[in-house]
Ligand binder design. Structure first.
Ligand code: FAD
Length: 443
């Protein structure tokens, strides 16, 4: 498996990468983690930081950051759930306020880790811009802005003139600026965190697939070359959780795809006028998300999200969606008509039916920890989830352990073959709502 082909970020940051050796033989730990993305690394980091003597292992089936963590668009943002209105509607305003505060803490956590450990990941804390593209979007953006303010963020509403002053070439008709957002290179971040963890003494095994996760007094992670056992462990495979035999009725993998342009010339940059370099999303149900890279390319993704039958996590490419996203970029930035696209990739995010994460501890012996289901918003939430795991593991009652999604019983969905039509139907409904809002595209 050539992990470097899985995203532009992995291609660059892992060009000279040598994976750690696989686990061999029987090893004993205090805490054993299956999955080496943001979630697994975050748990290892915060546990070890709290209790430096802990013996911790991460077992990763490919390389650190192989999954969504090395492929995402790098928005370190406050979004939790579908959007802030749905957060307040479904979770209730008090829960939403606490969850929103947690999302802000999560954004600061990532920013803080980058600064504290000097992680070279092209981090830019520029803020976030939501843009509305049609008349129905105006009310939606206005309501989202109001809810942000109500839940404690200094968001600012922009009318058509205000948003065009910031992005003169787009057809945006409304906008919301929100300061708590940064953008980063996710694969560089993964490599940086791997270094930090290694320096702390966490043992990381790559090319080490957990073939069976055994629950009991000990958590035993079985691999082709041996076993890692510990009195407590963690499932951190996120969208790949079905490979561990877990969460099949609560989490499903949903693919989102990104395309990347060649570096923009100064003339092209002037023409689109994206001076603030904010991470941007559209107000569609199937959002498009787009940003500038350190070398001034534009990456743009979204516009659809696809579930493939039976928890398939291998559909990293979809030519139809790539073509749609390329078109979306030119629709948003007409001066870029004819620009060349150099990279196309995709990856699975873990989705729950209400789009909120699930995290907690489970099992007869209450020793299997988990955090998953960030539904496309894991740069902040997954990278800070280790704080939640640490609090739970050390039995600390904190504002984090009281968040509404901790140890909740989420809505359980039907198993296959019913799951596939259920997800596809819901996606069809969201697409229809986008069409009503005057949007086009979406596979
Ligand atoms: C294209 C794309 C764009 C995105 N953009 C954004 C964004 O801009 N902002 C944002 O907040 N979020 C974004 N996300 C979501 C974000 O990337 C994820 O929420 C986050 O990376 C989840 O981290 P994780 O560690 O839980 O999962 P992953 O990174 O998927 O890690 C799980 C790991 O487990 C490993 N694994 C799987 N099975 C096994 C096994 N049996 N044994 C051992 N290891 C196993 C996998 O190889 C993988 O490395 C995006 C995701 C994608 C795919």
């Amino acid at each position: 498996m050539d992990y470097r082909t899985k995203s532009f970020w992995l291609e660059g940051a892992y060009a000279d990468y040598t994976p750690n050796p696989a686990l061999e033989g029987d090893r004993r730990y205090d805490f054993a983690i299956a999955g080496g993305g943001f979630t697994g690394m975050s748990a290892a980091y915060f546990l070890k930081k709290h209790e430096p003597g802990m013996k911790i292992a991460i077992l990763e089936s490919q390389v650190i950051g192989f999954g969504a963590s090395g492929r995402n668009d790098g928005f370190n943002m406050t979004l939790l759930g579908e959007n802030i209105l749905e957060l307040a509607r479904l979770a209730g305003e008090d829960n939403a306020r606490a969850a929103h505060a947690w999302a802000k803490e999560a954004v600061d956590t990532v920013h803080g880790l980058v600064q504290e450990h000097g992680i070279d990941c092209d981090y830019e804390h520029n803020g976030f811009l939501l843009i509305g593209l049609s008349k129905p979007h105006i009310a939606k953006v206005r309501k989202e802005t109001d809810m942000h303010i109500r839940l404690g963020t200094q968001a600012e509403y922009l009318d058509a003139e205000g948003v065009r002053a910031l992005l003169p070439s787009t057809p945006a008709v409304a906008g919301m600026r929100e300061p708590h957002c940064g953008i980063l290179n996710p694969a560089k971040y993964c490599r940086g965190m791997k270094r930090v963890l290694t320096d702390m003494g966490v043992e990381i095994f790559e090319n080490t697939r957990v073939t069976r996760l055994e629950q009991g007094r000990d958590i035993v992670l079985h691999t082709p070359g041996g076993r890692a056992s510990a009195p407590a462990g963690m499932a951190a495979a996120n969208a790949y959780s079905a490979s561990l035999g877990l969460f099949r009725r609560h989490v499903f993998p949903l693919f989102t795809y990104i395309v990347l342009t060649e570096p923009l010339t100064d003339r092209q940059l002037d023409a689109i006028g994206w001076a603030g370099r904010w991470g941007i999303e559209t107000a569609r149900r199937f959002v498009h998300y787009f940003r500038l890279t350190a070398d001034n390319r534009i990456s743009i993704g979204g516009g659809s999200a696809l579930y493939y039958f039976n928890y398939n996590t291998t559909r990293d490419r979809n030519e139809k969606v790539f073509a749609q996203v390329e078109q979306a970029l030119v629709d948003l930035f007409p001066p870029l008509k004819g620009i060349r696209f150099t990279h196309r990739w995709g990856g699975p995010v873990a989705c729950t039916f209400d789009f909120f994460p699930i995290a907690g501890v489970m099992g007869e012996h209450r020793n299997l920890y988990y955090s998953t289901g960030y539904t496309g918003h894991g740069v902040s939430l997954a990278n800070a989830s280790g704080k939640i795991i640490r609090d739970l593991y050390f039995n600390q009652d904190t504002h984090r352990t009281r968040l509404f999604f901790i140890n909740r019983r989420p809505f359980g969905f039907p198993a296959e073959p019913l799951l596939y039509p259920a997800v596809r139907s819901y996606a069809g409904y969201l697409r229809f709502r986008d069409t009503l809002d005057g949007m086009r595209g979406g596979a």
